[in-house]
Design a protein around this ligand. Sequence first.
Ligand SMILES: [Zn+2]
Length: 420
Amino acid sequence: MPRRHCQSFYAILAAAFLSLAPITSIAAPPLPRPAPRPADFAFIDTSIENGSPLHWDFAPDGSILVSLQYDHERDSPNRAAGHWHFRLEGKPGSSHTLVFQNFLNVWNGTSGLPVDARTACLLSDDGHTWRSEKMELVEQRVRLRVTLGPTGSLYVARVEPYRLSDLEKLLARIRPHPLVALSVIGRTVEDRPLEIIRIGRESAPHRVFLRARAHPWEPGGNWVIEGLVAAVLADTPAARAHLDHVAYYILPLANKDGVARGRTRFNLRGVDLNRGWDKPPSPELCPENHALEQWLAAMNARGLRPHLALELHNDNNGKLHVSRPAVPQLATYLENMKRLEALLRQHTWFTEGSTGATNHNPGTLGSGWLERFGITAAVLEFNAHWIAGKQKAPLGADWQEFGRALPAVFTDYFPSRAAP
Ligand SMILES: [Zn+2]
């Protein structure tokens, strides 16, 4: 049928349908009345650096409903919301109840909650000095009662934030050091530079690779790196001797765009940067991982492959994730992981242990680098809610303390030299 006839046929059909439809069926229902604004509450400001995108509303009981926004994974049912970071503003000294919702995450195709009865919230008057407050778990929500300080505002975050500006301060501090070399290995989806920090000499007999922040809500690894960097660059004979023994290669902010935008898990094209390492990463969909793969290939070609690679994360368990791909050197790898776990227990506050004997999570950096490059690699998680070895909720200072103890772990892990 010619297009002209086709259009007129449907126009006649639509007109006939509308003429038959009762008027009442197209009347809009009345709109709900908005809940009143709680007294003394002014605003939630998410424009701060690393501020989380969210929607907020008022509940009839006077509390403020904070609805996190989900990140979605490409070609997948997976979604994640768990990061919150914003500035709450109101009348000085006023009290408010915040109820956080939208925690129905999907990981590896299975529903799960990123919060539990131990979930704490971090509060700060200035955005830099933080304290931990207990939250109350209510069904699939967490509730928090806060009192605004003398300025009438309070910074609120899930975990102690580590922002792009914090990395810039670290880089400015260490750049002049003769044993520090910075290289830009590529760019993110939004064209941010991805830096690898080398600390120590290329000629050092042992090489450790560390990556943090594949998942933007998880700043623990950055605080660990801050502690480690301070320890190895301390101007002491022990620190200098350590850098004769080990060189560090650190990618501190793997998912810079996600951190800048206050996102939870994926990169801006919906890729999980701690998945897909069982094959070469796509330069279009995850330029962040592609850049790292190119860097690793160049290091391999120069005979500078890392001897140990740790991918740093936060979760609710804090374990060393030992994967088990079918590789010929699996027994040696598992033996090395057992030694690493024992040394973490010996030198740091780590008590959480390793994942069980059936654990195999293909595609993580730990598993993929072992499988494809034969590198001794693992994911190391830090419990975001609770440090069992210190019996407290974690702050950035606790993770820095862990990082300061890591050189002793690596000195013993590569046993050709005494610990500093
Ligand atoms: Zn993670």
